[in-house]
Design a protein around this ligand. Structure first.
Ligand code: MN
Length: 232
């Protein structure tokens, strides 16, 4: 694309991207939306209501997503938790998208980790402060290469599980989501203008817990893929 004669006052940071499985193309990331407490058993373990309260959302930064095999333990926390999540990548967008049309916006899927500074999140909850310091830190969202829906369809059931050092820590099924992917897209589009390149992290099943340097996390979503990262 021709950028014309635009001159920037400072050097622009390159756009955030994720790799695409089996392709040299990259997926450009616009925004990252995350849904909270979207599996009933995880809502209960976090002290919430497992019923269909309206979904709530928070955001990570686009460049928090990355496809490397190392997760650097972040500063300022002694209680960093893993949350395995299915990642939805959008090719379309808009506002007020009907549930029935929502899957037309989906480009593909991935396996991600919503890494969380749980101690800072607990303090933020206690003080009714925002969650960014708990959720939107550097490399807080390791992610697998994305796979297009053209190849795998739109997964609505299948195992979602996380092993730490070979031991199963999180296990659930995509069909346990309280708010399904089309409902999440429709709801988000009533709050934000969705756009191609937006990514949605769809919540985590029960079993979240702390990680330590040296741990190897193996995340698997049936029909989508695998992600392995070492905490360094
Ligand atoms: Mn999460």
């Amino acid at each position: 694309m021709n950028a014309g004669n635009v001159q920037y006052a400072v050097r622009p940071v390159p756009a955030a991207t994720l790799p695409i499985a089996g392709s040299d193309m990259l997926f450009p990331i616009h925004r990252v939306y995350c849904v909270g407490r979207n599996y009933a058993d995880h809502a209960i373990e976090m002290g919430g209501d497992p019923n269909r309260e309206p979904p709530f959302f928070f955001q990570k930064n686009p460049d928090n997503l990355f496809a490397g095999d190392s997760f650097p333990y972040p500063s300022a926390s002694n209680d960093v938790h893993h949350e395995i999540e299915m990642v939805v990548a959008l090719k379309g967008g808009g506002v007020d998208i009907p549930v029935a049309d929502a899957l037309d916006c989906v480009w593909g899927y991935g396996v991600g980790l919503d890494m969380t500074r749980r101690d800072l999140q607990a303090k933020a909850k206690e003080l009714a402060r925002p969650w960014e310091v708990a959720k939107a830190f550097e490399q807080s969202a390791p992610c697998s290469p994305l796979v297009p829906a053209e190849k795998i369809g739109h997964p609505s059931r299948g195992l979602i599980q996380l092993d730490v050092n070979g031991e199963r820590r999180q296990a659930g099924n995509l069909d346990q989501m309280i708010w399904k992917v089309p409902e999440m897209i429709s709801c988000l589009s009533g709050l934000f203008r969705l756009a191609p390149g937006d990514v949605i992290m769809t919540g985590t099943p029960a079993g979240v817990g702390p990680v330590s340097r040296g741990d190897v996390l193996h995340a698997h979503v049936e029909g989508v893929g695998d992600l392995q990262v070492r905490v360094v």
